[in-house]
Design a protein around this ligand. Sequence first.
Ligand code: COA
Ligand code: AMP
Length: 631
Amino acid sequence: MSGEYESTYAAALANPEKFWGDAAGAAHWFEAPRTILDDSNAPFVRWFPDGKINACFNALDRHVEQGRGEQTALIYDSPVTGVKATFTYRELQDRVARFAGALAAQGVVPGDRVIIYMPMVPEAAIAMLACARIGAIHSVVFGGFAANELAMRIDDVKARVVLAASCGIEPGRLVDYKPLLDQAIEIARHKPETCIILQREQAPAELVEGRDLDWRQVENAEPVPCQPMLSTDPLYVLYTSGTTGQPKGVVRDIGGSVISLQWSMRNVYGIEPGEVFWAASDVGWVVGHSYIVYGPLFNGSTSILFEGKPVGTPDPGTYWRIISEYGVKAFFTAPTAFRAIKKEDPQGEYIGKYDLSSFQTLFLAGERCDPDTLHWAQDRLGIPVIDHWWQTELGWPACANCVGIELLPIVPGSPTRPVPGFDIRVLDETQAEVAPGQIGALVIKQPLPPGSFTTLWGNDERFRASYFESFPGYYETGDAGYIDERGYVYVMARTDDVINVAGHRLSTGAMEEVLAAHPDVAECAVIGVADAMKGQLPLGLLVLNDGVARSSNDICGEAIQLVRDKIGPVAAFRLCDVVQRLPKTRSGKILRATMRQMADGESWKVPATIDDPAILDEIGQVLHRMGYPAV
Ligand code: COA
Ligand code: AMP
């Protein structure tokens, strides 16, 4: 080991202003910042507060100015439609500048919010960059969410314009986005003025006269230049699941994003300008924002936007085909995708069919990486497989094996060590630091580095109360874990009601709110149970109102449909049963953790505070009937 990681980490910790001030020198500024950090109003920390910058300029224009105009910026590969396309930096700049002109023609001005509800098509990236170009704040909504979730976001962010596609393509079915959008606008109290709809030939949509415009008819507007913005102005709002049904609007600023993402491309992922990086996620998630669109482009690299699934489109060799075809150097996905591939191609026969000589590092994140998956990937690919840990709130990896700095020994089960800038600690409930190896709350000492969230949209108080109240001076991650003697971090479980299904972050609280609205349901609990493929699945237990005589099967079927309709297919809510009562403490708190331990087959104890221990027998029988713990 060279000690390079230790010294870089120590430098970022000892003098964050010097460290990030130096990193800021790699970006283009309309006005360079004189102040690097203002933490006088913690936890509201402002990086580069007097700098003027534009994210789109840093993603596109400066690379064109510096001679990268003919280099490929973005590759679109869509096995589900059979379409492939590439965009050079110059072409992408032109498309973005024109679409930005189209937005401006609709009256969009700096600070306006624009919702993007689109599948994985290049226009989604163009839309994001066009917003950034004119200083509008985008808020991308993942296509797997239902109308109700979209409506909540439209209302919260008060979107002036919505950019959407007519449809998305999922295995075996078309997802008509437009009717979902129409329904969402009907539900929402706030009505967007304009919708610009990308008509896809697979399912064109009907446009609403006076409100909807056809993307193709407006996209070639007069190009507009990049608007200089304050570094602390929001680049985007991205909603993520919290404890309640009301999602949290994570706000990311412009300067912090540019500096952190460009820095991380080289130092975390080991990617240089001109090299090809692929994150197989979706623009609706933070990974898509940071590492499909912004990070690779800030860095002058080539990014891949993939529309499809790891298996079945057409076979479990799709990932390897893409890596080979485009010379991908580093690839990032969620472990669940590897579990899906491993199931269909256990021997990794498809891997051998492709020349993967460009492929140097595989990065996994989004959920706990089980050692089996890590070993399988490592053995079959013969390259370092790097688990790394972060969150929507943080914007970029907080804990990783930073291959661009120094490859540390890989320890299965650990996303390795804190990334420079993130001072990760483990605290107990008395806020004291625990000894190495002991589990506690994973927290990060303030200030968070550039690129982390700056607040929750329109809700400074929720930002403060949710993340900075329990452990004063620290950011509470919501994850529990430990740090070993060598400084390796281990992330064990969430401490709240958030679960992780196929790498997608979901709120059990939100599902409970939906289930509780069923007319026959008196109360309910949703817990995350282990699943071999998706990591976790939500499982719902319903207590019915007195006197309900309808069949439990019918009610559960309706409950499942209700979650699909209200939250969306992404919730993957399929496990549901009726129980007579739920186990509770004497003060009435539902014992979700105990039920989860029972379902997962973990060792568990009857809680001392339980109201009536006999209830657990019934719960055990119901879980067993549902196949939990797995037999
Ligand atoms: N639009 C509409 N529906 C969507 C969607 C989208 N963008 N994405 C997923 N869905 C739907 C799926 O079609 C599925 O619907 P179904 O119940 O009718 O089958 C449902 O939501 C659940 O989706 P998912 O949990 O993703 O399961 P899947 O079987 O479709 O795919 C994986 C499983 C593992 C292949 C997929 O989740 C994957 O590729 N994950 C890895 C990459 C990733 O997304 N990472 C996120 C953060 S790094
Ligand atoms: P999201 O905000 O959707 O990125 O989800 C963040 C959450 O996913 C974290 O708080 C963790 O619970 C989980 N997570 C992400 N990456 C990892 C990882 N490498 N190991 C364990 N859990 C992870």
